[in-house]
Design a protein around this ligand. Structure first.
Ligand code: SF4
Length: 499
């Protein structure tokens, strides 16, 4: 078995998961990537393609395996100024370098690793990047390659596109040589243990430490490794990941079902309510709390939702790396109670900045009074603020919309309504089927925001046949329209409870 840096990084993240990926191919379908992960991979490829332009003389090694190693040696002997995908296989490890650059003055090679992140300090990624570089440093040293410096190339979060991309400003290059060399011995120890562990033919016992963490930390193989844990378990108790001692106590006592949680165990109010509602299979409703939230909303009510796309490489002027492009919105307008709702929607169907069209429509349809109802308002508020910064002539409109924002999710976050089927979540995808079961996302062509985001790119791609683009446009409109209609339906349900 040859261990690549991807397998090694998987092992560093979770040994058990890496072993299962290698030895249980029948589980592979369970590792299917989410729309979000697929998007990240595509963006990573685009970033690499742009970053290569920093090395205009670069030659790519197209071969694979031993042929790639041979080709790399040839290019190195010719002192090729920059080699993309230089490949080395040593002691059961394979390293494919993003860019290997010949440094004439020092008579050595410099290694450049390209990352699609905005900063090395992005949560959790800096350590990963260093392990990645250090793994490569070890393989290159085993292959007797004289390496001078180790660099990480990443996106510059402060770069704002104006006109053609300025590659020198789009990327930052950081010298990591000292950190890589300081961590080499430790990473080489890990490489040795990874090699031993991953070569085991018999599945290693235990090793799934996520049994002691909340649900959000579990990977797709959690159920395979922990068949005794039900789909809805103590791991789903709200914020239980932050109460490590409590979860440890429950797991050590083999308590997995929420019904089996001891009555006298101490939980926060939010956790206590979730457990109580599940036990009784009956909702908990605080009418006064709901009234305080809902009765104060000023008409007209504007149920509002954006869909956005956040490309690593800014597509239009005024955007930074990963800044959100609002490409679609849906707006249901209710002037007064018990009146017909009006629906305004917009989907940008060409490859240009949608911001001016969106701002103009909001200016036209959102008045000076009323309430703009969203779900998780910080998202819409942020998109509005950025739009106003990009287009100063529309800043007043965007500030006005933001001044009218209300977050309908607050009713559920504050637990004025707790339903057993929410299962500790306040996502609209959980609240809607519990409160308004006749409305559902399950039959839609697009079911969630990540999918909608990818679909916009696919709809506009030149390679997409027109009939496919037309279907995507239809699916996007249905999806975003349901998001705002769902908010209306939930509001109506709450409003009628107050009669
Ligand atoms: S659930 Fe956690 S510990 Fe278990 S295999 Fe997945 S990542 Fe590893």
């Amino acid at each position: 078995m040859i261990i690549s840096k991807t397998i090694f990084l998987d092992y560093v993240f979770c040994a058990k998961n890496a072993w299962l990926k290698l030895h249980k191919p029948e589980l592979l379908k369970k590792f299917e990537l989410s729309a979000f992960e697929k998007n990240l991979m595509e963006q990573g490829n685009e970033v690499e393609a742009e970053a290569r332009k920093l090395f205009p003389q670069g030659v790519e090694v197209m071969e694979r395996g031993e042929e790639a190693v041979e080709k790399t040696r040839e290019l190195m002997e010719e002192r090729t100024s920059a080699i993309f995908q230089a490949t080395f296989i040593e002691d059961g490890f394979i390293a494919r370098n993003d860019v290997l650059v010949w440094n004439k003055e020092e008579s050595s090679w410099d290694l450049y690793e390209i990352k699609g992140t905005n900063s090395l300090k992005d949560s959790g990624t800096d350590h990963n990047h260093i392990d990645d570089l250090t793994f490569q440093a070890s393989v290159l040293s085993r292959a007797d390659v004289p390496v001078g410096r180790y660099f990480l190339v990443h996106l510059n979060k402060d770069y704002v596109r104006m006109g053609a991309l300025n590659i020198e400003k789009l990327f930052l290059i950081e010298d990591q040589t000292e950190i890589v060399l300081a961590g080499l011995a430790l990473v080489e120890d890990q490489m040795k243990t990874a090699s031993e562990y991953l070569s085991e033919k018999i599945e290693p016992k235990g090793g799934c430490e996520c049994i002691y963490t909340g649900r959000s930390r579990h990977c797709t193989t959690f159920k395979y490794s922990n068949p005794e844990v039900p789909d809805y378990s103590v791991h789903d108790i709200s914020r239980i990941g932050g109460s490590k001692k409590k979860l440890l106590e429950l797991i050590e006592s083999k308590i997995f079902k929420i019904d089996d949680v001891p009555e006298d165990m101490d939980f926060s109010d939010i956790q206590t309510n979730q457990i109580a509602v599940h036990r009784r299979q009956k909702s908990m409703i605080d009418i006064d709390g709901i009234s305080d939230e809902i009765k104060n909303l000023k008409f007209p009510l504007y149920f509002f939702d954006y869909e956005t796309f956040a490309p690593a490489i800014p597509l239009f002027d005024g955007y930074r790396p990963y800044q959100r492009i609002p490409f679609q919105f849906s707006l249901h307008i209710l002037e007064k109670p018990n009146t017909e709702m009006k629906h305004v929607e917009y989907l940008h169907e060409e490859m240009s900045d949608p911001s001016p069209s969106i701002a103009e429509l909001l200016e036209e349809h959102v008045g000076a009074v009323g309430t703009v109802i969203t779900w998780n308002k910080s998202f819409e508020a942020g998109v509005n603020r950025e739009l106003g910064e990009r287009l100063p002539e529309h800043r007043a409109t965007m500030d006005r919309v933001n001044s009218l924002l209300y977050d309908l999710m607050d009713v559920f976050k504050k637990q004025h309504y707790v339903h057993p089927e929410f299962r500790g979540s306040t996502s609209i995808k959980k609240v809607l089927p519990a409160l308004v079961p006749e409305l559902s996302y399950s039959e839609l062509g697009i079911k969630e925001g990540g999918q909608a985001s990818n679909a916009w790119g696919e709809m506009l791609a030149k390679s997409t046949p027109p009939e496919v683009s037309a279907q995507i446009a239809k699916d996007l409109k249905i999806y975003c329209g349901l998001d705002t209609y769902a908010m209306y339906a939930i509001w109506e349900k709450l409003y009628k409870m107050l009669d």
